[in-house]
Write a protein that binds this ligand. Structure first.
Ligand SMILES: CC(C)(COP(=O)(O)OP(=O)(O)OC[C@H]1O[C@@H](n2cnc3c(N)ncnc32)[C@H](O)[C@@H]1OP(=O)(O)O)[C@@H](O)C(=O)NCCC(=O)NCCS
Length: 379
């Protein structure tokens, strides 16, 4: 490779070693610390997966009970964060609110000045519990209602669903949310995780790295896609002719959100699982309209562009049917991906090398400096 060769978007570049997530290039398979995503989605819970990502091993029952207890104990917010959440403009985007709430929490965290593994794990567990609380308090504020539930007994997915919908969810809805959290938890060097690692690589702290990651995840080419997909589905449904609408969008060179992936050029195994969740949720709720429309768009995109849906595509209608307000879709991604980000931040700190690539300079050649009073005015 010539030293001047540029890899735009770092496409195809392996920027480091990682033992957290394996995206099998050829088979299109995916595993977290050696466990296949299909097995995790079918048999595991989000709490087990978060433990696996953070600690490196599956917990036994005793370890899981202890982990859950700490998660439950961490469901509290400082007065400063609460005041911030209740003073935000109700039209603020939940991702902006989250980014700032995580940042404020970093100033106050009891492990603020420590970057060792144990401190990072404690901080990660606290954030895993607090992030849904940030969203819950903000949501109540938007609706003009009072304090959120922090019911100590609820599992992570049940807690999130309760905060987002304001009602007690049924077990099948909780499982749908759980599967989505498991699928969203980790995906190696994606943009937000890489942003987190870049920040951590200067030996900055976990909250700073997570704040960077949230900023990166917000964009529609990354996590923001799930919200954008639901807006697309609503628009296409309104227009009444999906075939015509999607083809026209493609002719206008619009990107159809929820399709394509930088690494996965064939089927995304997570999307396959999420599609099944969307199908059975639609049947259970006696509302198959969104599933049918999504399937139709999937068929058009494969035929016209050879593109497959990614995880965000079927997640959008699943969240919609679960009663999640559309603007909160990407923030739910954060409730899960915090586990993966934290695992990467710990790994980065453990084997640190400052991430500092080069660019190929394509700007002006050297120019003579002319003092301000001698420069001609440009009107
Ligand atoms: C995710 C994404 C950024 C990956 O893109 P990438 O690997 O950089 O691929 P490129 O942007 O180079 O696209 C390659 C070609 O496919 C097209 N393409 C890729 N995704 C597309 C989409 N969702 N809709 C329409 N066309 C798409 C591009 O327009 C380009 O076509 P061209 O060669 O005729 O110009 C891209 O697929 C995308 O924008 N998807 C929509 C957003 C999304 O769902 N993001 C979540 C990702 S998990």
């Amino acid at each position: 490779m010539s030293s001047e060769e540029v890899h735009s978007g770092l496409e195809g570049i392996r920027a480091g070693d990682s033992a957290i997530c394996h995206v099998h290039h050829k088979s299109g398979g995916l595993s977290y610390r050696g466990y296949r995503i299909e097995a995790l989605a079918e048999q595991s819970t989000f709490e087990e997966v978060a433990y696996l990502l953070l600690m490196g091993q599956m917990p036994d029952q005793k370890e899981l009970n202890k982990f859950r207890k700490i998660l439950l104990r961490s469901r509290n917010l400082s007065e400063r964060v609460r005041v911030f959440l209740k003073s935000t403009t109700p039209s603020a985007h939940p991702m902006d609110v989250l980014r700032t709430a995580v940042s404020i929490s970093g100033m106050e965290d009891s492990d603020r000045d420590a970057n060792d593994d144990q401190a990072n794990r404690r901080k990660a567990i606290r954030l895993t519990s607090q992030i849904p609380m940030f969203l819950g308090v903000f949501r109540q504020h938007v609706k003009g209602q009072e304090a959120v539930t922090s019911d100590a007994a609820l599992s992570h997915p049940e807690f999130i669903l309760t905060l987002m919908t304001g009602i007690s969810p049924d077990p099948a809805d909780i499982r749908a949310m759980e599967i989505s959290l498991i699928l969203y938890a980790e995906h190696e060097f994606n943009a937000s995780t890489f942003a987190a690692r870049v920040t951590a690589s200067s030996l900055s702290d976990l909250h700073s790295a997570v704040t960077s990651a949230i900023g990166s995840l917000k964009g529609p080419l990354h996590g923001g896609a799930n919200e954008a997909v639901m807006r697309l589905l609503l628009e296409v449904d309104q227009a009444g002719d999906p075939e015509k609408d999607i083809i026209e969008r493609l002719h206008r060179k619009e990107r159809i959100m929820g399709f394509g992936h930088r690494v996965l050029k064939k089927e995304d195994p997570r999307s396959r699982i999420m599609k099944e969740v969307a199908k059975s949720l639609g049947e259970r709720k006696r509302n198959q309209k969104w599933y049918a429309l999504s399937e139709k768009i999937e068929e058009i995109m494969l035929r016209e562009k050879g593109l497959y849906p990614n995880l965000d595509f079927y997640s959008a209608s699943v969240y919609y049917l679960l009663g999640i307000p559309v603007t909160f879709d990407t923030a739910l991604f954060v409730c899960s991906r915090i586990a993966g980000w934290a695992a990467h931040i710990i790994e980065q700190h453990d084997h640190n090398r400052l991430i500092r690539p080069r660019c190929r300079y394509v700007g002006e050649k050297e120019r003579e400096y002319i003092p301000l009073n001698k420069r001609e005015e440009i009107s």
